[in-house]
Design a protein around this ligand. Structure first.
Ligand SMILES: [Zn+2]
Length: 173
């Protein structure tokens, strides 16, 4: 869970790096792919989930920087975000075992449960497009892009066993 110590560490990190142009160019180092594990989702719905699950978070915004819709809530392949993404605020979208992925990792969440169904092609293609755009904008290497559960120390199948990870890594490399 996100504690006060976590928040303090984050503030120290931001303070030590500085809010200069160098900071913004190097703001993001990783991209982490998630699924919502539910068939329906939009920004308001995910904000409600966040309020329940991450009640200690001082920022009232979803833990992800981008959400990619599946046509049920958001449009198919629609990319949306809230203040966390807009303001480049770190979010606790992985566990405390990987604080650098929380501080410097862009979280992208696919709406859907990809443990039970395959990813719709338009949503997948929108994800590839968004990921490639972010990789070039922040000079993020393919080796720093991963599915949530592929990161050492994370005990989850997120973004689901049907997420086409090999194809995705090929498509972004
Ligand atoms: Zn996840």
């Amino acid at each position: 869970m996100i504690g006060r110590r976590f928040m303090l560490k984050s503030m120290l990190l931001v303070g030590s790096v500085g809010i200069g142009s160098l900071y913004w160019q190097q703001r993001w180092r990783y991209i982490v792919i998630h699924h919502s594990a539910g068939a329906f989702g939009d920004i308001a719905f995910l904000q409600e989930v966040h309020r329940q699950r991450q009640a200690q978070d001082p920022i009232d915004a979803i833990p992800y920087h981008y959400v990619n819709g599946n046509g049920n809530g958001l449009g198919m392949g629609e990319i949306a975000n809230d203040s966390r993404g807009e303001l480049h605020i770190w979010g606790a979208h992985v566990s405390g075992n990987n604080t650098d992925r929380n501080f410097r990792g862009i979280g992208i969440c696919l709406i859907g449960n990809y443990d039970v169904t395959t990813v719709p092609e338009p949503q997948y293609l929108a994800l590839v497009g968004l990921t490639r755009t972010l990789m070039s904008r922040y000079a993020i290497l393919p080796g720093n892009v991963a599915g949530h559960g592929r990161i050492a120390g994370e005990a989850t199948r997120c973004p689901g066993k049907f997420f086409p990870m090999q194809r995705f890594m090929r498509d972004i490399s």
